[in-house]
Design a protein around this ligand. Structure first.
Ligand SMILES: Cc1cc2nc3c(=O)[nH]c(=O)nc-3n(C[C@H](O)[C@H](O)[C@H](O)COP(=O)(O)OP(=O)(O)OC[C@H]3O[C@@H](n4cnc5c(N)ncnc54)[C@H](O)[C@@H]3O)c2cc1C
Length: 392
């Protein structure tokens, strides 16, 4: 088939590589003039790594990643560990693939290079998809500047603000969740050598949390700090905000948090409002489907949005391989992704509430309760194998 994909983010590129492997012609249409990924980290579990391994990219990714020893959930002032998840060798043995931290730009570049090496045609940049028309056994995409592209089906991987989703499902405005998020990246050599073990540190409590972890073979430290707020509406990931407000938001927090905030370039602090969609009950028509954040944008509290987009691409490929009719293939893909992605959307929202519990005693009790459910959360995420799971 000739398959059009709108959006060359992590989701669009992974889907393109998967579909190519089944012999489809893929045209990737991207609004940006070139690839410029947001400078931030992605936590990549075994479920995502298995798909990237299928695409032959695991070794390349491992070479630029960090494999953390653990995730520690820590009380925001004292740093006392409330709960830990083990990664490293133990995780890789349990789940058959490692848990890695990857710089978004690095992962995006590896996917883009693979696409450019393997595709008959390169990504078409400067191409903002505006709408589509489904007619007979074809779909035609129209761009903002009046060009048209025709294919056998259209995959909308155009992110959380998807225009194709608006046409397919009707406009559903994302809802402000009452959380704003700070992010930044700090060169590790600005921090003391013993500043943090090779872990994910998630400082939690008092209506806020901050996640800190290493990137790019421990050369960089990434942080995301989430704060409850009534007053913020800007949803762009690339909106800068005053460093002093970041400092004020985390005043009195643990010295590790202060060290990162003090070391970040003061003009390189980004802040955006976290918006959410409730899970959709469908996202495909006869020739058009959604993928990644366009289909199921999720809060970042389970660090799983990109991983879901990566899984989507592989399941879409397998669904289209399994049945010869395009509409049935798209429905098969949708049917096998709706429940899993909705579960992760819902759980991500719940995790945010857990991290922000205000009373220290209740916070400790809540994390103790997680200890009593050994492995539950731990397993349904990483043990999903998009390469082999039965789809029906
Ligand atoms: C702070 C934060 C931390 C996160 N951490 C993690 C993590 O640790 N692990 C994880 O798995 N996920 C994480 N995520 C989620 C993850 O980043 C997203 O889920 C993922 O990037 C979604 O990929 P996507 O390809 O669907 O969308 P996007 O990355 O948004 O890509 C969409 C692409 O479509 C293009 N586009 C948009 N509109 C059009 C149009 N009309 N025409 C053509 N092109 C268009 C855009 O330019 C872009 O290239 C995090 C997210 C945030 C905000």
């Amino acid at each position: 088939m000739n398959i059009l994909i709108a959006g060359a983010g992590i989701g669009g590129l992974t889907a393109a590589l998967c579909l190519q492997k089944s012999g489809h012609q893929v045209q990737l249409l991207e609004q940006a003039p070139e690839f410029t990924e947001v400078g931030a980290g992605i936590q990549c579990g075994a479920n995502a790594l298995r798909v990237l391994d299928y695409l032959g990219l695991k070794a390349e990714i491992e070479a630029i990643a960090v494999d953390p020893l653990r995730a520690d959930f820590r009380e925001h002032k004292t740093g006392a560990v409330l709960h830990s998840l083990t990664f490293g060798q133990d995780y890789a043995q349990r789940h058959g693939a490692p848990y890695l931290h990857v710089h978004r730009a690095d992962l995006h570049q590896i996917l883009a290079n693979a696409f450019n090496d393997r595709a008959a045609s390169a990504v078409t940049f400067n191409t903002t998809v505006a709408s589509y028309i489904e007619q007979g056994d074809k779909v035609t995409v129209q761009t903002e500047d009046g060009r048209q592209f025709e294919g056998d089906c259209l995959v909308a991987a155009d992110g959380v603000k998807s225009v194709i989703r608006d046409q397919l499902l009707g406009h559903r405005a994302p809802v402000f969740t009452g959380n704003i998020a700070w992010r930044g990246v700090v060169p590790a050599d600005r921090l003391p050598a013993d500043f943090m073990e090779k872990t994910v540190s998630n400082f939690v409590g008092a209506n806020k949390h901050m996640v800190i972890y290493y990137l790019r073979r421990q050369q960089l430290v990434n942080f995301v700090g989430v704060v409850e707020s009534d007053h913020w509406a800007e949803a762009s990931w690339s909106q800068k905000a005053p460093w002093q407000e970041l400092k004020n938001d985390f005043a009195g927090w643990h010295p590790t948090v202060q060290a990162v905030i003090d070391a970040v370039d003061k003009d390189q602090c980004y802040r955006w409002a976290l918006h959410n969609h409730n899970p959709f009950d469908h996202w495909s028509s006869a020739r058009v489907t959604l993928l990644g954040d366009a289909a199921h944008a999720t809060l970042p509290f389970m660090a799983s949005g990109a991983a879901m987009a990566i899984e989507d691409g592989r399941i879409l490929q397998r669904a289209l391989d399994q049945v010869s009719n395009v509409e049935q293939g798209l429905k098969l893909y949708q049917r096998n992704r709706l429940a899993r992605t909705a579960k992760i959307q819902t759980m991500s929202t719940q995790m945010g509430r857990l991290y922000h519990i205000k009373k220290p005693f209740l916070l400790r009790m809540a994390f103790k309760a997680l200890d009593l459910l050994p492995g539950k959360k731990d397993q349904f995420l990483p043990d999903y194998d998009a390469n082999t799971v039965t789809i029906k």
